[in-house]
Ligand binder design. Structure first.
Ligand code: NAD
Length: 340
């Protein structure tokens, strides 16, 4: 099947011949680009052609490390016919600008989470992708995991009975230096918990949230956020996002997903695969984390670019952002907030 193409893309994108890998360009070459580069090396259907980064020194360094071209500007990158898809890997505040640039140049886009700063921004991305006839896929990597696919299928088939509760718990200590470049826990991590919850047990109805600062001393953003969610299906969810501490207990909730139903239960945990070496921002390599990025990129190339539906769509990203904004309102006003 051909790569998803638009009229606009006819000028800026060459269709890969059958068997030829699709060319990928990175806009942004920060920490997460290291994992996407590693992922692409394992995908026969894709090839990293080049990157652009705001800081030229880092662009040159990363292009040399990745063995790809460095573009002088993002406009030059999106104009290259060798590039069929763009990964937007910059800070949240700049996502919309680069997503629009790439989509309007006829490029398919994978965009890191959280997608936009507001619901309206994600709606603009969706409208632009539809207008340009190209695809825009949320980088919702955590659900690209075989154990969660099985959990999803069991739940969809009703094998777990009525959903009672869903827990998505994240406890991985990050340095203050690393956290200083990222939004707080609500936007940076809770977004992962929320789209994972959506994928498994469906939409939220109401949310109550609390946050705290337990580890950082010089940052003004939270390093811990939790919320309790009422689900459309009648069950409840509990989501936890923490950069404050690793869970060093005997059964750690490093990244742990549990769904309990009236007729069965399921659990997935990063702790099933741990490598005793430092990860990029983690004290250990949690094998499943890198694997979810590789699985996500492979799914984008092998399924989404060939017309298949993303595991998590832009509509899901809009619901996730609505819930992020409800969490923020709950935190600001100390109330339970409905999600409409
Ligand atoms: N999926 C995941 O598990 C995961 C993990 C980490 C980060 N992320 C996401 O990846 C994205 C990048 O995060 P990172 O960890 O690589 O951060 P980073 O701080 O290492 O890199 C940030 C990147 O954004 C660029 N940038 C910042 N401000 C810019 C501006 N005004 N104009 C152009 N470029 C700008 C920087 O040059 C750099 O390339 C963020 O959206 C983040 O939420 C996702």
């Amino acid at each position: 099947m051909a790569t998803v193409m638009s009229t606009a893309s006819a000028t800026a994108t060459s269709t890969p011949q059958p068997g030829e890998p699709v060319g990928i360009g990175f806009i942004g070459a920060g920490e997460i680009s290291i994992l996407h580069n590693k992922a692409l090396k394992s995908i026969p259907g894709a090839r990293l052609v080049g990157l652009w980064n705001r800081t030229p020194e880092r662009a040159l360094q990363r292009a040399a490390e990745y063995g790809c071209r460095r573009y002088e500007t993002p406009e030059e990158l999106v104009a290259d016919p060798a590039i069929g898809a763009v990964f937007v890997l910059t800070d949240l505040d700049t996502h919309l600008q680069y997503v629009r640039l790439a989509l309007e140049a006829g490029k398919n886009v994978l965009i890191e989470k959280p997608l936009g700063a507001t619901v309206a921004e994600i709606e603009q991305m969706k409208a632009t992708a539809e207008r340009c006839g190209v695809i825009c896929v949320p980088g919702h990597n955590m659900i690209h995991e075989a154990s969660l696919a099985r959990a999803h299928d069991l739940i969809q088939a009703g094998e777990l009975g009525k959903i009672v509760s869903c827990y998505v718990m994240y406890n991985i200590q990050h340095s203050e230096e690393r956290a200083s470049t990222l939004p707080g826990m609500v936007r940076h991590i809770l977004t992962h918990n929320i789209y994972t919850m959506l994928y498994l047990v469906g939409r939220p109805v109401r949310v109550t949230a609390l946050k705290a600062m337990r580890h950082y001393e010089n940052l003004s953003k939270e390093d811990l956020a939790m919320c309790i969610v009422e689900l459309e299906n009648g069950g409840l969810a509990h989501l936890c996002a923490s950069f404050a501490a690793d869970d060093l207990s005997a059964d750690p909730w490093t990244f742990m997903v549990k769904v309990i139903g009236t007729a069965g239960a399921t659990r997935y945990t990063y702790q099933d695969w741990v490598e005793a070496k430092r990860g990029i921002s983690h004290s250990r390599v949690y094998t499943a984390y890198q694997a979810t990025i590789a699985n996500e990129d492979r799914y984008f190339v092998d399924v989404c670019l060939k017309g298949g539906k993303p595991l998590s769509t832009l509509e899901d990203a809009i619901v996730a952002q609505k819930m992020v904004e409800a969490v923020e309102k709950s935190l600001a006003e100390g109330v339970t907030v409905s999600i409409v």
